[in-house]
Design a protein around this ligand. Sequence first.
Ligand SMILES: Nc1ncnc2c1ncn2[C@@H]1O[C@H](COP(=O)(O)OP(=O)(O)OP(=O)(O)O)[C@@H](O)[C@H]1O
Length: 522
Amino acid sequence: MGMKNHEMVPLPLISAIAGIHRGAVARTLSDLCKHKLVAFERTKKFDGYRLTVLGYDFLALKALCSREAVGSVGNQIGVGKESDVFVGGDIELNDLCLKFHRLGRTSFRKIKEKRDYHKKRKSASWLYLSRLAAAKEFAFLKALHDKSFPVPKPIDVCRHVVVMGLIDGKTLCHMDHIEDPAKLYDRLMALIVKLGRHGLIHGDFNEFNLMMLEDERIVMIDFPQMVSMDHPNAEYYFDRDVQCVRNFIKRKFDYESDDYPRFHEVERKTNLDSELEASGFTKQMRLDLNKAYDEGNFLAHCEADDVNEGDEEGSSGDEQDKDRDDEEPPENNDDDDDESDSDEGTIIQEEDEDVDKEELKQTEIESQQQMKALSKSERFNTWLSTTTSQLSDVDLKELDGECPLLLHPREVEREAELRAEREAYIRVREEADKEEEEMMEETGNSGNTEKEKKKSASKAGPKSVTSTGSTIIPSDEVKRRVSLETFRNKEKARLKVKGKQCAVRRGRKENRNVIKEYDGWI
Ligand SMILES: Nc1ncnc2c1ncn2[C@@H]1O[C@H](COP(=O)(O)OP(=O)(O)OP(=O)(O)O)[C@@H](O)[C@H]1O
């Protein structure tokens, strides 16, 4: 499906199509790569997977097997310019002939050189053309078989594979000797005339496309360029077929005759063209295929895509009927659907973006309006000024005693947590203060009252060691204070570390205890 409009199908697209997660799809794809059913390709711009010829064969065979048209595949019995022919069997093991069309196989390499990542159908030209060739062959086989022409029995067609009856004979080019060349000559000419009466010209009536059975009956196995008797060059093609037979019989069996059919002598009875169209090989398919054959360019139909767009749409219905059991949706129809879908997708996306932008704009406008209204509102302004003045009137000093209430609950909690840790430090500090006080009393340096002394001590704090000219502190006292300060600092550090380590140690200890408790019980 991805290859309908991608030369290399990117992984996300495969995942989306398969409805499987990318990881799973990538794994599946790598398995398929190992079996050469898909190939991974990396170019400067894009990475992706492409279906290989073998992969396409497997898809067709899978569908044919599930339809029970094919039960087995055997040896290769023929190689044509644009096909591989295999012997096969149905589910009851009756012989079959499987013809895998490879149209565009040679030109595919050229396409690769001028690779285009995403262009309608050009990318999968070989798939499309091979499929057209198979559809055409099957349609002709069916129509001719129904009119009792000597052709293999048409059994089924899927993608690029035609399933038909196996002819137990030899191609005329391999015949070295025949009993009656005149009889063969007459049979071949009669066949050309019979085709003409049904409005058809083979167009490539040669020894490679004709087989001879044991009883010397002739079977047409290949008619890739069959044209209508209404074709502008019909007479040329008709005469060329006749001349081909004359040359072959003369060259190989040395038989010549002046009795041969002329184009204007052929009386047309029926018109197989219309029946062929009804059988699924549409006018557009014929145009595409003929263009490829006529111009020898397997991309010729792509160049005419734009011109033929309308016709294709008309023809898609027939194709859809034909491929009812086929997993792959009709090319033309789906291409159009895909495009319309993707277009729709973009439109929806664009619409969404527009809606988002509009919404944003609307909200912005609304909020601006609200702001304006609020600033204009007298009620709001009065409330704001009253509240501000009330706040400024509040005497924070009065609230000093209630300070804890102003603290955030988390801060109160932390205070409590830290208190236990700090207790030792506080105790030491209190002791030091006490000693200091006593010492101050003893020295009696200042005439301050006890209250004032306390105040000054608390103001200066234990850290203060400043001395003025009027204050004489003995050197012993200075030493003591310094050592006390050092002790305090050490204690602080020790307490901090102890707090952290304790928790860790406690945890470890608990664990050890738990292990000990359960030792021998496990
Ligand atoms: N129905 C069949 N039964 C038996 N053998 C067949 C049948 N169809 C084709 N073959 C064999 O396969 C060979 C190739 O088939 P065919 O001519 O249809 O292929 P092609 O690609 O159209 O070849 P080309 O274009 O070179 O003529 C034939 O020469 C013939 O030996």
